[in-house]
Design a binder for this molecule. Structure first.
Ligand code: ASP
Length: 194
């Protein structure tokens, strides 16, 4: 375990914006349904004893519908949270993959707090049995809790990798190893939960 009983429990704020990572289904009708931030956090119950997680629904849109105005509002929300909440260890933002690199880059430009802001996304929706979404979210929460992820700017978590928002790009429409940082390489990885 990353934390002992005597250490304060880290607090991570999860902001949901939509995208494939939110692609659930309604059990009553069997039809696709966009999951809330709370629904997404419920998919990673293994973490609940070591971190306090709070959820916020910012939007529920596919990220091809992101606009500079929405991205800027999200950046301002992140700044507001960090300037008023000393108790937060970090922030996680769930987002579609299509415009993830643009949103993460903008927030990185407008962010100067040492605490981690980590994007989580998915190539396979939670409505399918081999979704990468819950694992990517769990890894993002782990990074947001971690002192090792401080002073690294905004990060992006997919496929066990952590990328800097400054360099990451989506390289494939549906492969789970789609996010790459070119010659710069990724900044870290989540290795078996650490
Ligand atoms: N069209 C989706 C989006 O970007 C794709 C995804 O999330 O992977 O919102």
């Amino acid at each position: 375990p990353a934390f002992s009983q005597s250490e304060p429990i880290p607090v991570v704020h999860v902001i949901g914006t939509g995208g494939t990572i939110s692609g659930g289904f309604d059990p009553e009708t069997g039809r696709p349904r966009s999951l809330s931030a709370q629904d997404l956090v419920d998919l990673v119950p293994a973490l609940s004893e070591r971190v306090e997680i709070e959820e916020e629904d910012f939007s529920r849109i596919g990220s091809s519908s992101m606009t500079p105005e929405i991205q800027f509002r999200l950046a301002m929300r992140v700044r507001e949270l960090m300037s008023t909440r000393e108790d937060l260890s970090g922030i996680v933002i769930t987002h579609g993959t299509d415009s993830l690199e643009e949103t993460a880059f903008l927030i990185d430009l407008l962010y100067d707090d040492p605490r981690p802001v980590v994007f989580a996304a998915a190539q396979r929706a939670p409505r399918v049995s081999d979704s990468d979404g819950p694992r990517n979210l769990e890894n993002a929460i782990r990074a947001a809790m971690s002192l090792k992820a401080r002073n690294m700017g905004v990060l992006v978590s997919l496929n066990e990798d952590l990328h800097a928002a400054r360099y990451v790009t989506k390289s494939h429409s549906f492969a789970v190893e789609s996010f790459k940082s070119g010659k710069k390489g990724m900044v870290g990885s989540v290795d078996n939960g650490s």
